[in-house]
Design a protein around this ligand. Structure first.
Ligand SMILES: [Zn+2]
Length: 113
């Protein structure tokens, strides 16, 4: 009987932020349950509601940043591609020039000797 009574009295809902069951809790207007450990006259030792609100804000910011990143990456990738193809063309041109130059030199050397 005693155990049953205790179980009924102790209400420890699951916190919507940290997932722990806490006897000290608050329920928000949006039916969210959060840990709230606070001694009257002292700052809260555990305030998952505030943490959750802060976490929500950072999540929104992260999502915004994530939304911008793919565009940035795409732009830089396209830029890099243009640069590499130009560089490749320049390198190939230089190599061809060098090869023809070497051939001409060898040809001239042969002619001279
Ligand atoms: Zn919590």
């Amino acid at each position: 009987m005693n155990k049953r009574k205790k179980r009924k009295i102790i209400i420890a809902p699951k916190c919507d932020y940290c997932g722990q069951n806490n006897e000290s809790f608050i329920i928000t207007a949006t039916q969210h349950t959060f840990c709230m450990e606070q001694t009257p006259g002292y700052p809260a030792t555990k305030d998952c509601h505030t943490d959750w609100l802060n976490h929500k804000d950072t999540n929104v910011q992260e999502e915004k940043e994530k939304g911008l990143q793919p565009q940035k990456e795409k732009q830089s990738q396209e830029k890099e591609k243009v640069i590499t193809s130009e560089e490749r063309a320049a390198i190939v041109a230089k190599l061809n020039n060098y090869k023809t130059e070497m051939k001409q030199r060898r040809f001239r050397e042969k002619r001279l000797s």
